[in-house]
Every structure is written in C-alpha cells, then in structure tokens.
Design a protein around this ligand. Structure first.
Ligand code: C5P
Length: 239
C-alpha cells in the first residue's frame, strides 16, 4: 500500500489517498483546538497517544461486533481506514451531565442521567455545530430515517461497550461524540475515539482526564491522555 496525496485536512487529523481507491491513511496531528478552532495549541505527542488509544478502542469495538472504518495501525501516528462518505451529523451520547448539556439545561456538572441520552449536532464549524433534532436531519437529507436509527442504535451499543471498557480501568465514561460514514452501502463508525472526543473522569478521584483539561487550561493534557493509554495497555494488551 502506497500513501498518495492529501485528500482532506481537519483540525486534528489529515486524510491521505492510497493506491487502493477504497482505503485512506488517517494521520493524527499534535494540533489541539477548542471552541471551533478559536483556541489552538500544538501538544507534543498528542497525535501518537490518540492514534494509540483510537486503535485500541476500534479493535475492541470490532471484536464486539461494531463495524468501523479501522483497518490497521500503520505507524505511530497513522492508521489505515476504509474511505467513506462522512454523514454530517455528530452523535453525542451522555451518561452524566457536563459541558454544553449542563450549560443548555442548567443541570449541575456531574449529575448522573437516569438513562443514556443521545443528541445530534450538525457538523459545521461555520455554524458552530448547532444542535439538531431528527426532523432537521431528514429535512436537510443529511441521513435517511433508517440511517439515523442505525447510528443511534450503534451509538447506544458503543456506549455500553465503552462504559465497561473504561470502568475496568477505573475511568468513568461521562459522554462522547461519534461520527459515521457510508461505505459500500453500509453505515460504519468513522473518525476517532480519543480523549479529544470523550469526557473521561478517574473513578476514585473524579479527576478530569480528557480534553476539558485543554479547554479549561487545567494543564497536564498529554500526561492525562498518557495515563489513560497506560491503563488500557496494562488491562488489554495482547487480548
Ligand atoms: O461540548 P459538549 O458537552 O456538547 O460535548 C459532548 C461530548 O462530545 C464531549 O465528550 C466532547 O469532547 C465531544 N465533542 C467532540 N467534538 C465536537 C463537540 C463535542 O468530540 N465538535
């Protein structure tokens, strides 16, 4: 497999074409952004750690029957993925109130939700990813009813799997964001699953281990990501 020209550059990742028209290389940058790119820093090694964490999570999800774009890890910052047409709807699953949910509905951060909540956001930096409901998704034809239902069901399955995955290493999965794409007529999980896209709190100390450390200038961002990866390796390496 040969890496070819750049197809797309996002805030934290770059996609490259390959000599196989069905496959892309997803490269993880050290660039870290928040508030739609208004806050930006380069955090040394973040790309390597995020590529490692995302690889471990995609492998775990695939083993548990979730279809993803992940094919294999290629290098410290690169994974081979199936090329897909990204559906511009970000699916957020929440177990505990935090972030925009707490602000929007006036619920104290840390309040457990009675059951997992699924929310949808239109993926658009220009519009600051507005929250949408299924009717917007159908009206704008971002996805069909069948596709959105499948995305929702998969997101809830991923939530159950990841709650267990993180619980085993002493981490609470507060919330996370997923992106999906179409590949050969199927809807598959795409993008990344990393501490950039999840809220993860230490179970005993309630210490924040995710991108909120960057958003809120708490320091030790990469150190926290490394701590998550260390625990994943101790528990899951070779499984
Ligand atoms: O900001 P908000 O509370 O809506 O974020 C919910 C979850 O989705 C968080 O884990 C956050 O990191 C993630 N997210 C993301 N990319 C976005 C928006 C939210 O990864 N564009």
């Amino acid at each position: 497999m040969e890496k070819k020209e750049k197809l797309y550059e996002g805030k934290a990742k770059v996609l490259y074409k390959t000599d196989n028209k069905d496959l892309l290389v997803q490269y993880f940058k050290d660039d870290t952004t928040a508030f739609d790119g208004a806050k930006k820093e380069v955090l040394e090694d973040k790309g390597v750690i995020n590529c490692s964490i995302s690889t471990a999570i995609f492998e775990y999800l695939e083993k548990n029957g979730i279809k993803t774009h992940f094919v294999e890890r290629l290098s410290s910052r690169e994974m081979l993925v199936k090329g897909c047409e990204i559906i511009p709807v970000e699916v957020v699953v929440r177990n505990i109130a935090a972030g925009s949910f707490s602000r929007r509905y006036g619920v104290k951060e840390g309040t457990p939700l009675k059951k997992p909540l699924v929310e949808y956001f239109y993926k658009s930096d220009e519009l600051h990813d507005p929250m949408v409901c299924p009717n917007h998704v159908y009206l704008f034809e971002w996805a069909t009813k069948e596709e959105l239902e499948e995305m929702t069901n998969t997101a809830l399955k991923v939530n159950e799997l990841l709650k267990k995955f993180f619980d085993e290493i002493g981490i609470i999965l507060v919330d996370f964001k997923l992106e999906f794409g179409r590949h050969n007529g199927e809807v598959i999980l795409a993008d990344e699953i990393t501490p950039d896209s999840c809220r993860l709190w230490d179970k005993s100390s309630m210490e924040v281990l995710d991108k909120d450390r960057f958003r809120k200038d708490m320091g030790k961002v990469v150190e926290s990501y490394k701590e998550i990866y260390k625990r994943i390796m101790e528990r899951y390496e070779g499984m």
